[in-house]
Each structure stands twice: as C-alpha cells, then as structure tokens.
Design a binder for this molecule. Structure first.
Ligand SMILES: *Cc1c(COP(=O)(O)O)cnc(C)c1O
Length: 371
C-alpha cells in the first residue's frame, strides 16, 4: 500500500519522547519553551506559542485580536474548513473569496475585489489567507492591501511550515501566523500547532488565553480572563524539536518528488499546480478534466494499492456554510474553488516515498484515466 502521507518517525524521535515520558514532566514546560524558541528562530519572529492544534492556533489568534460579533473576515473559499470555523466560533462572519486555478491560493487582486464588493452590515476587520498545500502567498501584496484598508492579517500557514515567501517565512508577515503539526503536515507532533507573533502584548494575551486566563500574582495564581486549555504537552514538543532539525531536508525531498510527478503526468486530462518558488509541497494536488470521473479513479488506484484523495473543500457549498450564507454563495463570482473541490486529486507525497513509487503512482494514474 502506498499511502497518501506518512510521518517520518525515527529512533531519534522515539528516544526524545521516551526521555520526556520517563521524566514525569508531561504537560507544558521546558520542552515546549525550547521548541517555541527554536520555531521562533526558524521563522524569524520574536514570539512563538505552541498549542494543541492548528485549529486552536487559529481560534486563539482571533480571540486574542478581539475579532467577534459584528466583524467579518475574508477567507479563501478553497481550504480546510477549520479556517472558516475559527471565524464562526468567535462569532464573526467568514466572507469567502475564490482562488486562483493554478496556485489554489487567493490572489491579492481577488482579495482587493472582495474588499471593494463588501457591503456589510458586518465590518471587515481581517484577512485570513491560506498558504494552501504549502504554496507561498504574495505576502507583500497582501500586507500592502491590508494596510491600505486598515485590516489585520492572520495567516493560516497550517500546512506551510517551511514555506518561503520572497524574503520571509510563511506565517511571519501578518499580525499572527498559525501552524498545524497534524500528521498530514510536513512536521508533526501528533496533534499540535503554533502561533507566531511580533507584538509582545499580543503574545502575552495569547499565553493567558491558552492557559485558563491564569497568571502568577501577589495572591498566588490569578485568573484574569476567561481562557481555554489549548496547551501542547512536553512530549509532543520533544517530538517536534527533533523533527524541526530535519524539516528543510524533508522539504527538499518533497520538492524532488513533485518534480518527478511532473515529468510523468503529461496528459490533456490533467492540470498540474504551478511551481512557485518557496513552495513546501505539503500536498501535491492535480486537477482532472471535468469528463474524468474522480471517484472511479480513486477506487481504481485503491485497487492497485495506491491511496489518493480530494485536496480541500469549497466552503460555500459545505452543509453548514451553504445553509448559513445562501445568498452570499450566489454572489461568488467564479467557481474555481468548486471545480478544485470536485476535480482535485491529491497524490501520495512524503519524504520516505521512493522515486519508483512515484513512477508507479504516475503510471497507474495515467492508465486509470486513459482506460
Ligand atoms: C490542517 C489545516 C488546519 C487544521 O489544523 P489541525 O491541526 O488539524 O487543527 C487548518 N487550516 C489549514 C489550511 C490546514 O491545512
């Protein structure tokens, strides 16, 4: 069986986790703080907070920024639903923006058009762009647009740790950058995530919200706001620390594999993602022509022992958002996200995948399409 993804866990990772388990210090502590410092240095930001998931990172960032009822936030229509769920869960309204057909990301122009179109009644407060599948956004463009309209930028870099955007890392441009360490991502802690920020006051607020709103005071622990428990464990951080030392090598391997796929997958029924500099290739998703039955291709490949799947969702047609924002969905001007949702096909891609496996996947896929 060739799986879609498989995390790289070596003896070194196992030893690091075992060391922490045997220490008895399981919850947030020294390992988490060391991991935070190492991530901050990798990303080139002053503060990183590790948390329990990518979704927790997004939720905390919006809470800490005070985004809530009466506010609207621009999100891509094509993403994992957690992006928009976080907006809903703070009581704000997600506004869906269609994406570019070759990067699968929102474009700066697409965001600008959505801002011009927006009529309320909610007030646009923030842009939450996604570096989809590790593809770098034009962050200088996005930041300039946000400054012009006085909007906050919260980067959903959940699948983009290690993605490079011109002169900086994905997740290091906005007021907050959110990451996931789910096993489908390039670095894993089992479940886990992180928020990267520049402002020390914002970092302080995130820390409080992550840990019950609790801080040491004159009378012992004081509870100064209604917080959550979104902490990461020390043994997860130990796992992440080992993984971080190998991340750039893994991204280079992913890059080589996606190049190999390109050489094989030359077919009029297949569109390939554009090769943007700095891409971390968390996922390699191709798009099949409309006449190709994706479900049948997925089943045929499964019979050959190859796992493939859809790439991401078009949010405006999912049950929850479709019902809640029916009229808004009708106004979405083009259906690229919808096409990517229905015709996108994510192929196996992980550092331990061999070139021979890539060739097999490519050949079986072409065979399934050509019949
Ligand atoms: C994976 C992912 C998330 C969610 O991360 P979890 O750690 O699974 O909560 C959110 N947004 C995007 C774009 C993702 O790829």
């Amino acid at each position: 069986m060739i799986p879609l993804a498989r995390p790289c866990i070596s003896d070194e990772e196992c030893a690091a986790v075992e060391r922490v388990l045997r220490s008895g210090k399981l919850i947030h502590g020294e390992e988490c703080e060391a991991f935070e410092a190492e991530l901050a240095s990798y990303l080139g930001v002053p503060h990183v907070l590790v948390v329990s998931s990518g979704t927790a990172a997004l939720h905390l960032a919006l809470l800490a920024l005070g985004i809530g009822p009466g506010d609207a936030v621009l999100v891509p229509d094509f993403t994992f639903p957690a992006t928009a769920n976080a907006v809903e869960l703070v009581g704000a309204r997600p506004v869906f923006v269609d994406v570019d057909a070759s990067t699968y990301n929102v474009s700066t122009q697409g965001l600008a058009d959505a801002i011009d179109r927006w009529q309320g009644p909610e007030q646009l407060r923030a842009i939450m762009p996604v570096h989809e599948f590790g593809c770098p956004l034009d962050m200088h463009g996005v930041m300039a647009l946000a400054r012009h309209h006085n909007l906050l930028v919260v980067e959903d870099a959940a699948c983009a740790l290690g993605t490079r955007c011109e002169d900086g890392m994905a997740g290091s441009f906005g007021v907050a950058g959110c990451f996931s360490f789910h096993p489908r991502k390039s670095l894993t802690t089992g479940e886990g995530g992180a928020v990267a920020v520049h402002d020390p006051e914002l970092a302080k607020r995130l820390k409080l919200l992550r840990n019950h709103g609790m801080q040491p005071g004159r009378r012992g622990m004081e509870f100064v706001l209604a917080g959550l428990n979104y902490r990461m464990t020390n043994f997860q951080a130990a796992l992440g620390r080992v993984q971080l030392t190998k991340l750039d090598g893994w991204i280079a391997a992913r890059h080589g594999l996606q190049k190999a796929y390109r050489q094989i997958l030359i077919d009029p029924f297949i569109s390939l993602p554009v090769e943007v500099v700095g891409h971390a290739w968390q996922t390699f998703m191709i798009v099949l022509e409309k006449s190709v039955d994706r479900g049948q291709i997925i089943s045929e490949l499964a019979r050959q022992g190859i796992e493939c799947n859809l790439g991401a969702q078009a949010l405006h047609i999912q049950d929850y958002f479709g019902m809640r924002y029916k009229e808004a969905a009708q106004e979405l001007d083009s259906g690229i996200a919808e096409r990517l949702f229905h015709q996108g096909l994510a192929l196996p891609l992980f550092p331990a995948l061999g070139m021979a496996d890539v060739k097999r996947v490519g050949c079986e896929l072409l065979h399934a399409i050509r019949g």
